[in-house]
Design a protein around this ligand. Structure first.
Ligand SMILES: *[C@@H]1O[C@H](CO)[C@@H](O)[C@H](O)[C@H]1NC(C)=O
Ligand SMILES: *[C@@H]1O[C@H](CO)[C@@H](O)[C@H](O)[C@H]1NC(C)=O
Ligand SMILES: *[C@@H]1O[C@H](CO)[C@@H](O)[C@H](O)[C@H]1NC(C)=O
Ligand SMILES: *[C@@H]1O[C@H](CO)[C@@H](O)[C@H](O)[C@H]1NC(C)=O
Ligand SMILES: *[C@@H]1O[C@H](CO)[C@@H](O)[C@H](O)[C@H]1NC(C)=O
Ligand SMILES: *[C@@H]1O[C@H](CO)[C@@H](O)[C@H](O)[C@H]1NC(C)=O
Ligand SMILES: *[C@@H]1O[C@H](CO)[C@@H](O)[C@H](O)[C@H]1NC(C)=O
Ligand SMILES: *[C@@H]1O[C@H](CO)[C@@H](O)[C@H](O)[C@H]1NC(C)=O
Ligand SMILES: *[C@@H]1O[C@H](CO)[C@@H](O)[C@H](O)[C@H]1NC(C)=O
Ligand SMILES: *[C@@H]1O[C@H](CO)[C@@H](O)[C@H](O)[C@H]1NC(C)=O
Ligand SMILES: *[C@@H]1O[C@H](CO)[C@@H](O)[C@H](O)[C@H]1NC(C)=O
Ligand SMILES: *[C@@H]1O[C@H](CO)[C@@H](O)[C@H](O)[C@H]1NC(C)=O
Ligand SMILES: [Cu+2]
Length: 565
């Protein structure tokens, strides 16, 4: 009691002394997320999908920098669920991060988990999504983080802000799609449509009514907050006749980048401005895949940008020309031009001295099947790996095992570098190198260590881009290139001045990407490819960041209703 009173007086004094310089009070927002099966109709076919609060896409959550969100996740569905807050660092509180069997066991049907989400330096657009099986196909929504002072943007103030979520729609039940390819060992079925804010647009059969429309006033400026919630594809997006200016990505500001299209990875967010400065009419906004390998869905999702006012309509809106499906240079050119704002008000903190270096190969693999009766190439089973280890999900969440010191759940020997050295990006790679091992291995990081990871894409089975996502912290993307990483030459051209601060970065096909971060968030953090088929095939690994010495460098205890296994 005494200490409580003391604390209260201390706060009161602090308030009086600091007076007007006190930053606006951080707020706590409460929401219920009721997860349930919901009837839904698209492309003239009915099905039941998993939703939050009956909405698809799910509710947009609006907060201010530094706020806290408390979500009661109430599972009224017939299956397990977890919710991940993508890009929220959750300082010292991995308990709310969400990936199933990594930080928590699933919230079972009929149960509730009171999830506390703590914001720190995030600003701009992030999102939330299911992180159990493939439920995120329909269980996702935007999280918008405003600056403390209204409209205190490092770019011209927009007339309006519009979230746009790219998604993917299967006519079949998503769990059936997942179970089928896991069982037969092949690629998952392509989806039947891509979506803009839940609508496929009118280029698909039976979808005329299902088109998202955005009304704009001539001469005004708009901010689009775009999230790529697609399951299995990097996307190109373009608005006919309108250039755009990128101002943010992954919950951080960027230098202004002018372009006429964007490339956006699953998991990534891009904030961009455009001015409605064209002859009043209707214009298509369109999106299709950037597919760097193999079979893909070549359809286009559209929305309509329509100017307000009185004008004669031309027959059909103008369609923008998107980059070709296989245009790797268009993809890397856009992504490679992203830069942190890196000014006095929004400084960056790139680790210059690296204490801990990793080289992680990212590979698609094949594993033989009995009688070669799997549906992958040569009758084998498709897998994916990091440093040749295909991740096996444990039965008990790694965070619980770590905190409660339960042995036998995971190993702490995730390798620093790949087991074999070879020309990772050669056109022809011997089949013996296509195999992978499996395991549940983590890498333990000392508190405050400065980490560099070089992701090296390989051409085993098929070279393809991998959008890599790290939980628990954002990282600086200090370099990238095609071919094999050269440890002597490539670091000389690193950008340590204004590298973009991302939580998801596409490692280019048959190329490499280098990232840096300071491991100052104690906890258990998943790192994985955000193409869900690669994640399901095992392209993930886990970091455990140990506690530091001081009290403010230690993990907080678990909440009382934490879903244990
Ligand atoms: C979908 O369900 C609605 C309402 O239950 C019904 O009116 C419609 O005919 C159904 N459509 C199809 C294609 O089954
Ligand atoms: C749901 O979660 C519980 C708790 O982890 C687990 O025992 C059960 O197998 C899960 N059910 C399915 C269908 O995965
Ligand atoms: C996947 O596609 C195949 C071929 O079109 C089809 O036979 C199968 O039913 C589909 N599976 C699911 C789960 O939709
Ligand atoms: C878009 O930007 C390009 C390159 O700066 C410029 O040539 C073009 O005129 C712009 N288009 C519009 C519609 O503003
Ligand atoms: C998409 O693929 C189908 C089947 O392979 C083909 O018939 C069609 O022309 C392609 N469309 C485009 C826009 O490339
Ligand atoms: C729109 O313009 C047409 C022709 O210029 C005019 O006849 C009509 O009354 C206008 N409608 C409105 C709602 O202003
Ligand atoms: C893209 O595909 C087209 C044919 O579909 C081919 O002509 C072209 O060379 C390919 N481009 C690249 C960069 O692979
Ligand atoms: C990206 O494309 C622009 C315009 O085509 C070109 O000027 C620039 O050199 C390219 N940048 C990179 C990094 O490829
Ligand atoms: C980097 O490490 C070296 C040697 O450990 C040290 O002398 C130097 O001050 C460090 N630089 C920074 C920026 O921390
Ligand atoms: C690796 O393979 C690529 C593609 O075939 C080739 O261009 C490159 O020269 C090879 N590198 C080495 C070191 O052999
Ligand atoms: C994992 O590897 C072991 C051998 O180390 C093998 O017996 C097992 O089948 C593999 N499991 C999977 C899921 O690949
Ligand atoms: C972590 O490292 C930074 C930079 O070297 C240093 O300022 C800070 O005091 C360290 N924190 C702890 C808790 O060791
Ligand atoms: Cu991948």
């Amino acid at each position: 009691m005494w200490s409580f009173v003391n604390l209260a007086i201390f706060h009161l004094l602090g308030f009086l002394l600091l007076g007007t310089t006190l930053p606006s009070q951080a707020m706590t927002h409460h929401h219920n997320f009721v997860v349930a099966d919901t009837p839904y109709s698209r492309l003239c076919s009915n099905k039941s999908i998993l939703t939050v609060n009956g909405q698809f896409p799910g509710p947009t959550i609006y907060v201010t920098e530094g706020d806290t969100i408390v979500i009661d996740v109430i599972n009224r569905a017939r299956q397990n669920i977890t919710i991940h807050w993508h890009g929220v660092k959750q300082p010292r509180y991995p308990w709310s991060d969400g990936p199933e069997y990594i930080t928590q066991c699933p919230i079972q049907p009929g149960s509730t988990f009171n999830q506390r989400i703590v914001l720190s330096d995030e600003i701009g657009t992030l999102w939330w999504h299911a992180h159990s099986d493939w439920s995120r196909a329909t269980v996702h929504g935007a999280l918008i983080v405003y600056p403390r002072k209204k409209n205190d943007y490092p770019f011209p103030i927009p007339h309006a802000e519009i979230p746009i979520i790219l998604g993917e729609w299967w006519k079949s039940d998503i769990q059936a799609v997942l179970n089928e390819f896991l069982q037969n060992g092949g690629d998952p079925n392509n989806s039947d449509a891509f979506l803009i804010n839940g609508q496929p647009g009118d280029l698909y059969p039976c979808s005329r009514q299902d088109t998202f429309k955005l009304s704009v006033d001539y001469g005004k400026r708009y901010l689009i907050r775009m999230v790529n919630a697609v399951m299995n594809n990097i996307m190109f997006f373009r608005i006919a006749n309108h250039n755009i200016t990128v101002v943010g990505s992954d919950g951080a500001y960027t230098k202004q980048l002018n372009s006429d299209y964007i490339t956006i990875s699953p998991g990534q967010t891009i904030d961009f401005l455009f001015v409605a400065n064209q002859p009043p009419s209707r214009y298509y906004m369109a999106s299709h895949v950037y597919a760097s390998a193999g079979i893909f869905d070549n359809t286009t999702t559209t929305a309509i940008l329509q100017y307000t006012g009185n004008y004669t309509l031309s027959s059909s809106p103008m369609l923008p020309t998107l980059p070709d499906f296989n245009d790797t240079l268009a993809s890397t050119n856009f992504t490679g031009r992203l830069r942190s704002l890196a000014n006095k008000k929004h400084p960056i903190d790139v680790p210059l001295n690296v204490s801990t270096k990793f080289l992680f190969t990212l590979s698609i693999n094949l594993q033989p099947c009995v009688n070669s009766n799997c549906s992958g190439p040569f009758g084998d089973r498709l897998l994916a790996s990091v440093n040749n280890i295909s991740f096996t999900q444990p039965r008990i969440a790694i965070l619980q095992a770590y905190y409660d010191r339960i042995s036998g759940v995971y190993g702490d020997d995730f390798p620093r570098r790949p087991p074999f050295r070879f020309n990772y990006t050669a056109d022809i790679i011997p089949r013996t190198l296509w195999r992978a091992g499996n395991g549940t291995e983590v890498r333990v990081l000392r508190y405050n260590s400065t980490v560099e990871i070089v992701f090296q894409g390989t051409n085993t089975v098929a070279g393809i881009d991998h959008p890599m996502h790290l939980h628990g912290q954002s990282f600086y993307v200090v370099g990238w290139g095609f071919g094999n990483f050269d440890k002597d030459r490539d670091p000389l051209s690193y950008n340590l001045v204004d590298p973009p601060y991302q939580n998801t970065i596409a490692v280019p096909r048959n190329g490499w990407t280098a990232i840096r971060f300071r491991a100052n968030n104690p906890g258990v953090w998943l790192m994985h490819c955000h193409l869900d088929r690669h994640l399901s095939w095992g392209m993930d690994m886990v970091f455990i960041t140990r506690n530091g010495r001081t009290a403010d460098a230690k993990m907080m205890p678990p909440p009382r209703d934490f879903p244990r296994c």
